[in-house]
Design a protein around this ligand. Structure first.
Ligand code: NAP
Ligand code: GDD
Length: 381
């Protein structure tokens, strides 16, 4: 019988790649989506199946991590073998503006799900394996470089504090109730489907638009921060591998290489043969009250125990994102030249970068980061 997976955060970057991976492996995939006044399913649209079709292996359910009752109902209906908790208010800068909401979704939301799984298991006798999307942000003001599973946490944002809470709740459910529960401590991972307010995508989107004359400048914050950037498509495999082991455990997932924002920026401009001089300006709005200066992971344990290794370097990742965003910018340019609104409505470009998987999804309408005078603080973090 096909295995059944339930994914929270299925409409996000990782949710879309994980869905593709699990479908390729023959799973039936269920996802939880939030009701919204606009469509939020662009990243998984290509996976949608009409419920009237036979052999439907991809289904979406309305729900929310903050709605504990609906989580219970969905679990009873779906009867999952594996649950991947990817849902989060995942933007670090935003978490300083919305600390309580972030703590509720990331911290209490995870607890709601763990409780629901425990009760479901105890009442039905059905075992459920649980993956928690933990984060390298938890290392924060890191005690050592590189960071590994034994590095102490020193969170530097409301988001990271909430992820630490969720991390320990996951460990505690494993130890107290014998739940098969794992934390994947994932370092930054990006893709052409990355949200446009995260720095890599903000850069590749802006650089390609600048190249085609659609935008003049790019406004950024701290260029000296260093991150360990990998490809999201590689990282979802590590999530799955964690749940296939004999015993549950926690793992760092990273490339082991760290680069500054400045280096990523230079790489993006280099890919386009662009001179960045006069194009990039500092905007203090993008600084955080407390910054995480250096993240660099040591994924030795994941390699040894899971057999997992990253395949894509930062330079290859940047090229992949620039190429996808260039296709988007070209569409915008064509529209502008024809006298139409330049605002892109979808992201055909992202469709073409996945080789083995089904076509990639549309990207959410872009925030016009760096477009003079139009970038609102809320949309351009
Ligand atoms: P993302 O693109 O921001 O996606 C977040 C997802 O969570 C979206 O599907 C969003 O739904 C959903 N969501 C938000 N609040 C929710 C709620 N209250 N109830 C149910 N769903 C909710 O994030 P990502 O980059 O894919 O990351 C996936 C997970 O890994 C997150 O937990 C993130 O914190 C963690 N993580 C990410 C990275 C990284 O570098 N990407 C690194 C370490 C850890 P909508 O579409 O409706 O907004
Ligand atoms: N977003 C953003 N916008 N970041 C900027 C900017 C800007 O204009 N300018 C400089 N930065 C710097 C930030 O200060 C940070 O040091 C770095 O770029 C990366 O920022 P983000 O891309 O927003 O990612 P993050 O590292 O804060 O958080 C991401 O990775 C975490 C894992 O370490 C998110 O995906 C989190 O959900 C994830 O847990």
């Amino acid at each position: 019988m096909a295995k059944v997976a339930l994914i929270t955060g299925i409409t996000g970057q990782d949710g879309s790649y994980l869905s593709e991976l699990l479908l390729q492996k023959g799973y039936v995939v269920h996802g939880i989506i939030r009701r919204s006044s606009v469509f939020t399913t662009e990243r998984v649209e290509h996976l949608y199946q009409d419920r009237h079709d036979s052999d439907v292996r991809f289904r979406l359910h309305y729900g929310d991590l903050l709605d504990a009752m609906c989580l219970r109902r969905i679990l009873s209906e779906v009867k999952p073998d594996e649950v991947y908790n990817l849902a989060a208010q995942s933007h670090v800068r935003t978490s300083f503006d919305q600390p309580i909401y972030t703590a509720e979704v990331v911290g209490i939301g995870t607890l709601n799900l763990l409780e629901a799984i425990r009760d479901y298991r105890d009442s039905t006798g059905c075992e459920v394996r649980f993956y928690q999307a933990a984060s390298s942000e938890m290392f924060g003001k890191a005690a050592e470089v590189p960071q590994r599973e034994t590095t102490p946490f020193y969170p530097r944002s409301p988001y990271a504090c909430a992820k630490v809470h969720a991390f320990w709740q996951t460990v505690n459910y494993r130890e107290a109730y014998g739940l098969f529960a794992c934390n994947g401590i994932l370092f930054n991972h990006e893709s052409p489907r990355r949200g446009e307010t995260f720095v890599t995508r903000k850069i590749t989107r802006a650089a390609t638009r600048i190249k085609l004359g659609l935008q003049d400048k790019l406004y950024l914050g701290n260029l000296d921060a260093r991150r360990d950037w990998g490809f999201a498509g590689d990282y979802v495999l590590a999530m799955w591998l964690m749940l296939q082991q004999e015993k549950p455990d926690d793992y760092v997932v990273a490339t082991g290489q760290s680069h500054s924002v400045r280096e990523f920026l230079a790489e993006a401009f280099r890919c386009l043969g662009l001179d960045g001089e006069g194009r990039v300006e500092f905007d203090p709005r993008y600084l955080r009250p407390t910054e995480v200066d250096v993240l660099q992971g040591d994924a030795t344990k994941a390699e040894r125990q899971l057999g997992w290794r990253p395949k894509v370097t930062m330079q290859e990742l940047c090229r992949m994102m620039v190429d996808a965003d260039m296709r988007l910018a070209q569409r915008e340019r064509t529209l502008v030249d024809a006298g139409h609104d330049a605002t892109p409505r979808d992201n055909e470009a992202a469709r073409n970068h996945v080789s083995s998987a089904p076509a990639a999804p549309k990207e959410a309408p872009a925030s016009r980061t760096g477009k003079r005078g139009s970038a609102s603080g809320a949309r351009s973090k």
